[in-house]
Design a protein around this ligand. Structure first.
Ligand code: AHR
Length: 331
């Protein structure tokens, strides 16, 4: 462990970060592991759970976590990463808000000899050796799962399940996540990969609601001012879905019945909406990444190599499933 204790930096960090200590995990020579974790914010219940999962897992493992909330700004994340470098943490873990713009700061981390673990979201880089690995979810897969549900819903399937009723093409509205973020790009990509093979499906409108409930509401109100002529909403997260549902109900539209709704994340509120018939399919995105982040960070701190990509286990919940035994989601 190589920590320089420049007093100014320590003072700055003690203002910026909350740290925790318990029974300490040892990297190599008796002192505990220090991880700098830059989170993007608290835009959704999903995100809050994701943060809690990392904090709890670190506390449980006795890892000292410098946690920094970037409040949805990439520049804040870059500043936090630079502070982690100045403090010479053992590992930097961060959730990149968008795909692009990380080269410089990651080169600085490499020059300082600090391994970097990408969490939840991916990045675009020419030189992928600038980070050690990615731990998160398969977001292309999530987009595909959403589309596969729609194929079954509108085409029927081998179990004899009848096709949904539509005259003409199936018109889809897509509520996308934060522009330029990996979930936004990957979910859209996976969804199109499947849906494009079926000419009866048509994406008639696609816009970003920034993963926010308020923006999902606003977008849906604007859409409904223009048209009611659509059949499906595919939403990149539950927060936007819940906002869109509020807007639909205000206009007397029955979500889940008049409009088929497919949403991503699987927050408790979305599962309740699925049970109530107001949502038709919920694609899980698993936020409980803390234990794996901590496990991988500890390996990196010991100088070990980690797999380039580790995906969380996930599932899909649909209106055709028996959800009676499903335990509370906790987020
Ligand atoms: O990066 C994962 C996405 O970010 C989740 O789907 C969303 O709810 C969150 O804000």
């Amino acid at each position: 462990m190589k920590r320089s204790c420049a007093p100014v930096i320590v003072l700055l960090l003690s203002c910026l970060f909350s740290a925790c200590r318990k029974t300490q995990v040892q990297p190599e020579s008796g002192s505990s592991i220090v991880v700098g974790f830059s989170q993007i914010g608290a835009e959704s219940a999903w995100r809050v759970c994701n943060t809690r999962s990392v904090q709890e897992a670190a506390a449980e493992a006795g890892i000292q976590l410098f946690y920094y909330n970037a409040e949805q700004k990439q520049e804040n994340q870059i500043k936090a990463i630079r502070s982690f470098i100045a403090y010479q943490v053992d590992v930097i873990a961060f959730v990149p808000i968008v795909l692009d713009g990380w080269e410089n700061v990651l080169e600085e981390a490499r020059d300082a000899g600090i391994p970097v673990l990408l969490c939840d979201r991916e990045i675009n880089l020419d030189d992928e050796s600038l980070y050690s690995g990615y731990l998160g979810t398969d977001m292309v897969r999530q987009g595909r799962s959403a589309a596969e549900y729609l194929i079954k819903k509108f085409a029927g399937d081998e179990t004899g399940r009848p096709a949904a009723d539509t005259a003409g093409p199936v018109r889809i509205i897509e509520l996308r996540g934060t522009t330029g973020s990996s979930p936004e790009i990957s979910r859209a990509e996976g969804f199109r990969e499947v849906i494009d093979k079926f000419p009866e499906f048509e994406i008639i409108y696609s816009a970003s609601g920034d993963f926010l409930r308020s923006k999902g509401y606003e977008l849906m109100r604007n859409i409904l001012d223009e048209t009611r002529d659509f059949d499906v909403i595919f939403s990149h997260n539950d927060s936007m879905t819940l906002g869109a549902i509020d807007a639909m109900k205000e206009r007397g539209i029955r979500p889940g019945t008049d409009i088929i709704i497919v949403t991503t994340d699987a927050e408790q509120a979305a599962i309740e909406a699925l049970r109530a018939g107001e949502v038709n399919c919920v694609v899980e995105c698993n936020p409980r990444q803390g234990p794996d982040i901590v496990r991988l960070a500890a390996r990196l701190a010991r100088g070990e190599t980690i797999p380039p990509v580790t995906y969380m286990d996930e599932t899909v919940f649909t209106e055709w499933d028996d959800l009676s035994g499903l335990p509370p989601r906790g987020y």
